[in-house]
Design a protein around this ligand. Structure first.
Ligand code: PLP
Length: 472
């Protein structure tokens, strides 16, 4: 039983004892049932904050694309806008204004035909954005089928085997068949011809990824578009593209402005991005835009008037904090185009130099070197082959431990690194993926490489070898 139960006792404890040694701080607080009595705010804070210390440090988590560092001014704005519900546009007209301005800015990055009148909205992340875009594809396809007098029974979405899980969720939740196009051996992204070959009358659309979750590679959106143009010329079948630019949408416009992947391609009807990835904002904010009004069916838009005013909304959840949108606008104002470019170019430079160092190790072969997204992915040397079997006599054939062992060993140095088999059809290849992002400094990169050498040393039994990555 807790000793300090009454408010008077608690107050006494607070007055005379420092934090951590006052009695209120050492009582047992039930974990899975609500306690009967209150505790003071400092105690509640420390009980929770102390437990969260065991999570590890988010900046040492190279598994995530999510933003893990923001300036104090941005954090302050986020805290100051967490109490504003973004859906109450009449109550918070300025927050609503910032959302509209972000949409204008993003529409301009993505070369929307009418950037001053963008068709889109903020979301809680790319998953919600993809659900909305997928629904629009399904609705538009149904209209086309009805007009042509064809069946609307079996909608299909064409995705690569490398697609993020949100698309499988979309297909299951909205009763759409996911047609998974295999990734060819030795490749990591979709081949445009394979995409076109998978399409038929029941295809609601094709998803192309700008920045694969597996290795950061950009899919050849222009190539896919061209293959679908050829399909249309041959058969009359016109298939729209949605670009899942969760990571690349707020990265490529700054460092690869010449790459044509967005609304410059007529066939691209919608695009999503996560503000909380390379948009440089903490979770959760995302964006979705459609090419033009006709691509977002009107019956997916609801008009909400009971909060005052009359506002069109298209979202899966109603209430969400204004913080994400406010922080996104902060980053746009604070960094400007040149600032974004510098931040992202720096990440790319670091990823590329890490890739060189890792590739020069005798154990590893780099399969993504940071030249698309700043992601370094590597496997054991000799594991990435067109046959799906390790090359004869290679390190991959002989190695007596797994990349999972290396990742677990990295934990000892505080690093969270994911090791996993590549996507379906390429499970033959296990990889480790390192996501470089804002505030992953050159120093941190060097410390990571040092620990990687040590981790391999621990796994192969040769002992720690701090100099390993720099030996070559
Ligand atoms: C390509 C891709 N699409 C969609 C998502 C889902 O994004 P979110 O986490 O913002 O919902 C991710 C997340 O990593 C992704 O990489």
């Amino acid at each position: 039983m807790p000793r300090y139960n009454s408010p008077r006792d608690l107050q006494e404890g607070l007055d005379v004892r420092p934090q951590f040694s006052r009695d209120g701080a050492v009582v047992e607080i039930p974990r899975r049932r609500m306690s009967e009595h209150s505790v003071d705010p400092q105690t509640a804070y420390h009980v929770i904050a102390d437990e969260l210390m065991l999570d590890g440090h988010a900046r040492l988590n190279v598994a995530t694309f999510g933003t893990t560092w923001m300036e104090p001014e941005a954090e302050r704005l986020m805290a100051e806008s967490a109490d504003k519900n973004l859906v109450d546009r009449d109550e918070y007209p300025q927050t609503a204004q910032l959302e509209d301005r972000c949409l204008d800015i993003i529409a301009d990055f993505w070369n929307a035909p009418e950037p001053d009148d963008p068709i889109g909205c903020s979301t809680i992340g790319s998953s919600e954005a993809c659900m909305l875009a997928g629904m629009a594809l399904k609705w538009r396809w149904r209209d086309r089928q009805r007009e042509a007098g064809r069946s609307t029974e079996r909608p299909k979405l064409i995705v690569g085997a490398n697609v993020q899980v949100c698309w499988h969720k979309f297909c299951r939740y909205w009763d759409v068949e996911a047609v998974e196009v295999p990734i060819r051996k030795g490749e990591t992204t979709l081949h445009p011809d394979d995409v076109a070959a998978a399409c038929d009358d029941d295809t609601i659309g094709v998803v192309a990824i700008l920045g694969s979750t597996f290795d950061g590679a950009y899919e050849d959106v222009a190539g896919i578009s061209k293959a679908l143009d050829a399909l249309e010329a041959r058969t009359g079948l016109s298939v729209p593209i949605h670009v899942d630019a969760a990571s690349g949408g707020l990265f490529a416009p700054f460092v690869d402005p010449e790459l044509v992947w967005d609304f410059r391609l007529e066939r691209v009807k919608s695009i999503n991005a996560s503000g909380h990835k390379y948009g440089l904002v903490y979770p959760g904010v995302g964006w979705v835009l459609w090419r033009e009004a006709a691509d977002r069916p009107e019956d997916l838009v609801f008009r909400v008037d009971y909060l005052g005013g009359d506002h069109p909304t298209m979202s899966l959840n109603f209430t969400k904090p204004g913080s994400g949108v406010v922080a996104q606008y902060y980053q746009f104002v604070r960094l400007g185009y040149e600032g974004f470019r510098r931040v992202h170019q720096h990440s790319r430079d670091i990823a590329q130099s890490m890739a060189l160092a890792i590739d020069s190790m005798e154990e590893f072969e780099v399969i993504a070197d940071g030249s698309d997204l700043p992601v370094v992915a590597f496997c054991f040397k000799g594991a990435n082959t067109k046959t799906g079997r390790p090359r004869k006599g290679s390190y991959a054939e002989k190695v007596g431990f797994t990349l999972d062992d290396v990742a677990s060993s990295m934990k000892q140095g505080g690093w969270s690194v994911p090791a996993y088999p590549f996507c379906a059809d390429r499970e033959d290849m296990e990889i480790i993926r390192v996501v470089v992002r804002n505030a992953f400094s050159r120093d941190l990169a060097e410390m990571f490489l040092l620990e990687l050498g040590r981790a391999v040393g621990r796994c192969d039994g040769t002992g720690e070898d701090p100099g390993r990555p720099f030996r070559h």
